[in-house]
Write a protein that binds this ligand. Structure first.
Ligand code: TXA
Ligand code: MG
Length: 323
């Protein structure tokens, strides 16, 4: 898909004037603001309803821009950027002095990513500097994977939504924190742990770090995140069968997403056994089931294995109701 240069020029103009512009990335749609404009950042947090201590990612279009935003760029950071950028990987690095504390939630590090979607790259190139962009959803809700999702969520709060079609990766980028003594995957994604380790060696997962304040560092780490409005329950295949056999006749208003084809007369989505397709369609599928306004969404637990880590993480968070 080739972006229309007039629309890109309009988007750049709006960003320069401190307005918010939503744009597609290969993972999910982002809500963009000029990362060097304090007022625009304030507007961004207000629109999202996001607490001020939750940092946002700055989007770049060249590896060389890393030095504008990070105080130090380690060898590991360069290796990962060269291997995976543009792509669904965010690096957390020590922040440069110029980086506004509002972007970092008051922390000494900054999140940086070069997205691969042609619209995102065209926008970033034309803008010429960093664009701060969280996922274009209200705090705690499912991330948008189409322009329509963004419009539904924000109506007139966003000046322009660039429509680059449905996102191909479908879940948010993998976040690797390189600002500590050892690299840590703060948020799993479709670039999986094994792929990261093949480039920089062993990495830790957040639950293996002693007493770390994970919640402030990555709010994607809050238990209830990426959640549909309908309560979601993750179940093993056997458990699903039993539940449905016991209860479906009792008139339960349930919807199902499972790897086995529909066996009960309920709204049913057949989940794809390929994790890249499962992830691509995940949020759209959950939105579809959510719109039915039933009492519960039952989701069959995806397989083990690092290719499914990001998907399992999002489903677990969607399934937790306590914030
Ligand atoms: O795929 C993505 O990453 C999408 C697209 C739009 O690029 N963006 C996205 O942004 O998911 P957001 O704001 O919804 O999630 C960013 C995550 C948050 O969990 C945030 O805490 C973490 O990145 N993050 C950003 N800066 C950080 C920092 N300095 N330290 C730790 N975590 C950070
Ligand atoms: Mg988000």
């Amino acid at each position: 898909m080739i972006p229309d240069q007039t629309i890109i020029a309009k988007a750049v103009e709006l960003l320069r004037h401190g307005e918010l512009v939503a744009f597609p990335t290969e993972t999910v749609y982002g809500l963009g603001a000029d990362a060097s404009n304090a007022d625009a950042i304030k507007k961004l947090y207000a629109a999202k309803g996001r607490p001020g201590n939750h940092p946002v990612i700055v989007h770049l279009c060249e590896i060389s821009q890393l030095r504008d935003w990070a105080r130090t760029v380690s060898d590991d950071a360069l290796k990962l950027a060269k291997e995976f950028w543009p792509g669904p990987l965010t690096l957390i690095l020590p922040k440069a002095d110029r980086v506004d504390n509002r972007l970092t939630g008051g922390q000494d590090s900054v999140g940086l990513r070069m997205p691969a979607h042609p619209f995102a790259l065209a926008l970033l190139r034309a803008f010429g500097d960093g664009v701060a962009a969280p996922s274009a959803n209200k705090f705690g809700r499912l991330s948008p994977t189409t322009a329509e999702d963004v419009r539904t969520e924000f109506a007139e709060q966003v000046s322009l939504v660039l429509d680059g079609g449905p996102c191909q990766i479908g879940i948010e980028s993998t976040i690797v924190d390189l600002s500590r003594s050892s690299p840590v995957i703060l948020r799993p994604g479709m670039i999986d742990r094994l792929s990261i380790e093949s480039v920089i060696g062993p990495v830790l997962l957040p639950n293996s770090i002693e007493g770390q304040p994970e919640v402030t560092r990555a709010p994607g780490g809050l238990p209830s995140h990426y959640a549909p409005k309908t309560p979601l329950r993750l179940v093993q295949r056997d458990e699903l069968r039993e539940l449905l056999q016991e209860e479906s006749s009792a008139g339960n208003r349930w919807a199902v997403m499972a790897f086995t084809s529909r066996v009960f007369d309920l709204p049913w989505i057949l989940a794809d056994p390929d994790p890249t397709i499962f992830a691509r369609d995940l949020y759209a599928n959950l939105r579809r089931l959510d719109r039915l306004e039933l009492d519960q969404i039952l989701v069959e637990q995806p397989p083990d294995g690092s290719a499914w880590d990001g998907i399992r993480d999002r489903l677990m968070r969607a399934a937790t109701k306590e914030i």
